[in-house]
Design a protein around this ligand. Structure first.
Ligand code: ATP
Length: 517
């Protein structure tokens, strides 16, 4: 059964995973707050990434563990950093404004349709890239009928001709060679007549602020649009202060900010988000080997968190779409419900060349070359960057976990792996009377030292199971009359709803085993 984003967003709010930021004030477009369970889920994903990168990095191609260290850099850096990285001059998404609806769209996110029967004048239709074909058809027919350009039968054939940006040169934004295109004859995504869209223009996506008491250009600073810059700025400090040797990596997790033109699809594209980025420094000649290595490692990471192979897709980013610094990028894409049957980006693995260190060397005037201690020669390391959105990863886990099941009272359960589940187990005394409660409390006190667990005493047992299913708790331990006599509890498994009895003193080992597996 296909999953509906509306249902996922609603469960997230109802159960305390994610809320709109400033909810009581009506929210703020592109900003989200993580509730008690969302915070646990996000921390689990972050901690697992950190463990796999920094605490126990993978075994390298030569059979030895590779070396990765972590940093935690400032969100605000010297603004020269963003000149060097190209963000001040070029962190621009071409966008178009609609004069009627006052909405702003990314030109590469608006898809253009034309009717097969060429219209006179040549009207084109623009839709948000996620609009269903059925809706596109309905709107085109409605418009043509209104204009007396179509019969009343509704049989109109049309074709997708690309995105709005495809009609322009992406660098100069001059109208490209494609014939027969006139922006003044385009019906905008939310407009009722043609001619309301402006030609694409650029818009810098960095949020800015002022450092210090005065608000002049000389005090202007930026909120970082990606976490990797803080890694490059500290490259020399890390090399000088620790014993790392190329090849090695520096990892960072933290907030990033982009004034996205059209934040959308829940937390998929937001204006404040979190990234988990690794910069892997290596010799240029070793790039192909390390690139393949990282694609494999990152794929295994997502598979181990429960994203199935068939929901992942690897997009070799075409040359024309590569970032200016990259000669090769593979996007790991996931079948998010809003993209289904297509996929959308979860992580990008890019060969950044030696662009960043070279730029920062030039702009700072500081030597950033690496001295090979064996060959005694200096060189600029190349970089492979697996860059993933932590919050986007959370969305992938939520979407994957959401499972409709009409055979259970909750009608739905969240199929998180035990390691990712916000709560690992719930301890449920069958009744609030007798000695069920003290035994449950004792078990809770014992487990909570090691696991995030819930002790839930109130309501009938069915309702309590339903709640745990909806928040994705993999195991419920129920204390009943038999517990006092045979020192056992019932363990209910979330997905199958099957129940078995296990010894009270084996509960901890049981959980440990499940979380590991
Ligand atoms: P896009 O082209 O979709 O804007 P991008 O290719 O510029 O994204 P990167 O700069 O490569 O994205 O960022 C690396 C990762 O950071 C992405 O794979 C994604 O997981 C995450 N990310 C980027 N922008 C956002 C955002 N606005 N909201 C949430 N996550 C984001």
């Amino acid at each position: 059964m296909s999953k509906d984003m509306k249902d996922i967003v609603s469960l997230c709010k109802r159960r305390g995973f994610i809320f709109p930021a400033s909810d009581i004030y009506g929210g703020l477009n592109g900003f989200w707050d993580y509730g008690p369970l969302g915070t646990e889920l996000k921390n689990n994903l972050r901690d697992r990434w950190w463990k796999d990168m920094v605490i126990t990095p993978p075994i390298g191609p030569d059979g030895n563990p590779i070396e990765i260290v972590g940093v935690d850099s400032s969100i605000i850096q010297n603004p020269k950093c963003w000149e060097a990285s190209g963000h001040v001059g070029g962190f621009n998404d071409p966008m178009v404004d609609c004069k009627a609806s006052k909405k702003r769209y990314r030109a590469d996110h608006v898809v253009v349709y034309q009717t097969l029967e060429v219209l006179e004048p040549n009207i084109c239709f623009a839709f948000d890239k996620d609009t269903e074909e059925e809706e596109v058809h309905k709107r085109i027919v409605k418009f043509l009928k209104k204009k007396g350009l179509a019969s009343t039968t509704g049989h109109v054939k049309f074709t997708k001709t690309g995105t709005l940006l495809d009609y322009y040169d992406p660098k100069t934004l001059a109208l490209s060679e494609k014939s027969n295109f006139d922006i003044s004859l385009v019906l905008g995504p939310d407009a009722s007549d043609v001619g309301t869209l402006t030609a694409p223009k650029t818009f810098n996506m960095m949020f800015h602020t002022f450092v210090g008491a005065t608000a002049g250009d000389e005090n202007k600073a930026y909120l970082r649009p990606e976490t990797c810059a803080g890694i490059f700025l500290n490259f020399k400090n890390v090399v000088d202060s620790s014993r790392v040797k190329v090849p090695f990596g520096i990892a960072q997790v933290g907030k990033a900010f982009r004034n996205e033109v059209t934040p959308r699809n829940f937390i998929f594209r937001s204006r404040e988000f979190e990234q988990m980025e690794l910069e892997w420094f290596c010799a240029e000649e070793d790039v192909p080997m390390w690139f393949d290595f990282w694609v494999e490692q990152r794929t295994n990471f997502w598979l181990s968190l429960g994203l199935p192979k068939e929901s992942l897709h690897f997009l070799k980013v075409p040359k024309d779409d590569l970032a200016h610094y990259s000669s090769r990028t593979i996007d790991v894409e996931y079948k998010f419900p809003f993209a289904d049957p297509d996929f959308d980006e979860l992580e990008g693995i890019a060969h950044r060349g030696c662009f960043d260190l070279t730029q920062h060397q030039e702009f700072s005037g500081q030597k950033l070359e690496y001295l090979d201690p064996v060959a005694q020669k200096k060189f600029m390391p190349h970089v492979i960057e697996p860059s993933t959105g932590l919050t986007r990863g959370v969305l992938a886990l939520l979407c994957e976990a959401y499972t409709v099941d009409e055979n259970r009272p909750s009608g739905v359960y969240m199929n998180f792996t035990p390691a990712m589940a916000p709560k690992k187990a719930a301890i449920l005394p069958l009744t609030a009377k007798e000695d069920h409660v003290p035994t449950a409390q004792k078990l809770y006190m014992d487990l909570r030292e090691e696991f995030v667990v819930d002790l839930d005493i109130k309501q009938n047992i069915g309702k309590r199971y339903a709640r745990q299913d909806e928040i994705g708790t993999p195991y419920c331990f129920t204390i009943d009359n038999e517990t006092a006599t045979d020192h056992s509890v019932t363990v209910r498994e979330r997905n199958t709803m099957s129940q078995e009895r296990i010894a009270l003193d084996k509960v901890k080992d049981f959980l440990r085993e499940k979380i590991k597996g």
